[in-house]
Design a protein around this ligand. Structure first.
Ligand SMILES: *Cc1c(COP(=O)(O)O)cnc(C)c1O
Length: 496
């Protein structure tokens, strides 16, 4: 059950692969007159010493990178239940479509007449997202969820200013929120106001009522929230905020839970971002690229970034004349390649398929939640949506084994750890999001591993405390590893 048997673990016999003169290519001999170097590169721009590059053969390069790729965990290698991130499997057909020449090689300055297909794809994508979210207009420009949040809040601010309500600057955010929400609120020139969660994990309506007022810019939340719980009072919350003259921003990172069943636009939200790289099966992790389109209700459509793709007769064109646009938020048209993958995904799933995605995502999460709750504390024991938050609190109090230790031990069993210590309102949080693409067998395997770790914590806690043992690197000082990352292998060699 280690799950790691298929990983090629053997290290090369020698560490330094470079040998003088070894090459991974061969070029045909020169059949044109040789030109002096000075014609091509001016003297002052030429280097005086050769670049210090490894000299290796093709097979060395292939093995090196293949080996490195296997040291990393990824969705294509194993289970990846990283809560809030929707690490679902990305069908390879979407990659194939994104690599079509007409998409991959198109230049952003190509005249509109020559890229009608690409424009049509963007136009239709705007429409699909409107339909899925219940909005009237969409921009595909933002490059990620957080960037979408910034775009959305900038639109709200511009709208309120235009209405003479520019003094409204308070962004109300639940205490369960994702960290990007308050960060975005500040970046967009607002101030944050926290609202408490109630006993069922939703927005506490009394607290909300107490904080709304003449300075309310908007309520910003995700539903289901980061506890994986659907807020049943969302219509009431929307009413309270609208009544006070504020708007509603929907963080669409959790749309995987509701497709075909609920639309934020119908629940009263005015603005929303989508994470194409979460819900719509685009690979992510490792730094992107992503895409965070923003949908708005028609009152706000005049404020969208430019350009928007529109259609006149049979012709698609880029419209730069959005009257009160907030401007551009990204060069050109956003991360077009990601939009293509998401488009291919949406088209191949169809409306029924997307609905099924949400059904299976929710079913898988509930299945796992029930399997885990015997061994792990559940602060909110109610039906969840696409994810749930368990806790290592029992293990910590009874055996001195923390959530971090459990997460590390999971690596020994070949699965990626859930999101840990988030959301902040659950102590020792273990946030599990299995996604719809996992089989029952995988879910069973994970449940068994979690049960096994719970038993280990009881009977041999040192095993869990010392984990991981089977990974390429053992337990790291994560803060240092992130802040003082050293990727230069030569340097590392010297200090060893
Ligand atoms: C992932 C996530 C975000 C941020 O999205 P990025 O694409 O990572 O910038 C915001 N809110 C929630 C709830 C998320 O899960």
């Amino acid at each position: 059950m280690s799950g790691r048997g298929y990983v090629y673990k053997r290290e090369p016999l020698v560490f330094e692969l470079s040998r003088p003169g070894r090459k991974a290519y061969s070029l045909p001999s020169l059949d044109v007159p040789e030109r002096p170097m000075g014609d091509l590169i001016p003297e002052n721009q030429r280097r005086s010493t050769p670049a210090n590059l490894p000299e290796v053969s093709e097979v060395d390069v292939t093995r090196h990178f293949t080996r490195l790729s296997q040291r990393n965990h990824g969705v294509d290698i194993g289970f990846y239940p990283l809560g809030s991130c929707t690490m679902k499997y990305n069908p390879k057909v979407d990659e194939a479509v994104a690599q079509y020449d007409g998409f991959a090689s198109v230049h952003p300055y190509t005249p509109e007449e020559l890229v009608q297909g690409a424009l049509r794809l963007m136009f239709e994508m705007q429409g699909y997202l409107c339909e899925i979210g219940g909005f009237d207009a969409v921009t595909l420009q933002p490059a990620a969820g957080a960037h979408g949040e910034f775009t959305g809040l900038s639109i709200i601010r511009a709208y309120l200013r235009d209405k003479g309500q520019g003094r409204r600057n308070k962004v109300i955010i639940p205490d369960s929120a994702h960290g990007t929400n308050p960060a975005t609120a500040i970046l967009a020139g607002g101030e944050t106001v926290e609202v408490k969660s109630d006993a069922r994990g939703g927005v506490d309506l009394e607290s909300l009522q107490a904080v709304v007022g003449e300075d309310t810019m908007c309520l910003m939340l995700t539903n289901p929230n980061t506890l994986g719980l659907f807020d049943e009072n969302i219509h009431k919350a929307a009413g309270i905020v609208h009544e006070a003259g504020g708007l509603l921003y929907y963080d669409g990172a959790n749309v995987n839970a509701i497709m075909g069943y609920a639309r934020p636009g119908d629940a009263g939200f005015d603005v929303c971002h989508f994470n194409l790289h979460k819900t719509f099966a685009t690979p992510h992790g490792g730094g992107g690229p992503g895409s965070g389109p923003v949908g708005v209700k028609k009152e706000l459509a005049d404020f969208l970034p430019v350009p928007i793709v529109r259609k006149q007769g049979d012709r698609y064109y880029l419209d730069y004349s959005v009257p009160k646009t907030i401007g551009r938020v990204k060069e050109f048209f956003g991360n077009f390649g990601v939009v293509v993958k998401a488009y291919a995904y949406i088209r191949s799933m169809g409306p029924d398929g997307l609905k099924r995605v949400s059904e299976d995502a929710v079913l898988n999460a509930n299945f796992l939640m029930h399997r885990l709750k015997k061994d792990y504390y559940l602060m909110y024991d109610r039906i969840c949506k696409h994810e749930f938050v368990a806790s290592g609190l029992w293990q910590k109090e009874r055996h001195g084994v923390k959530t971090l230790d459990i997460a590390k031990r999971l690596l020994d069993y070949g699965v990626h750890a859930p999101t840990v210590y988030f959301p902040l309102i659950v102590p020792e949080a273990l946030m599990v999001e299995p996604t719809e693409t996992e089989s029952r067998e995988t879910l069973e395997m994970f449940a068994e591993i979690m049960a096994k770790i719970a038993r280990e914590a009881e009977t041999s806690p040192e095993v869990v405390l010392q984990a991981p043992k089977t990974t390429f690197v053992r337990r790291l000082d994560e803060a240092r590893a992130a802040r003082q990352t050293d990727l230069a292998y030569r340097e590392a060699q010297e200090t060893e």
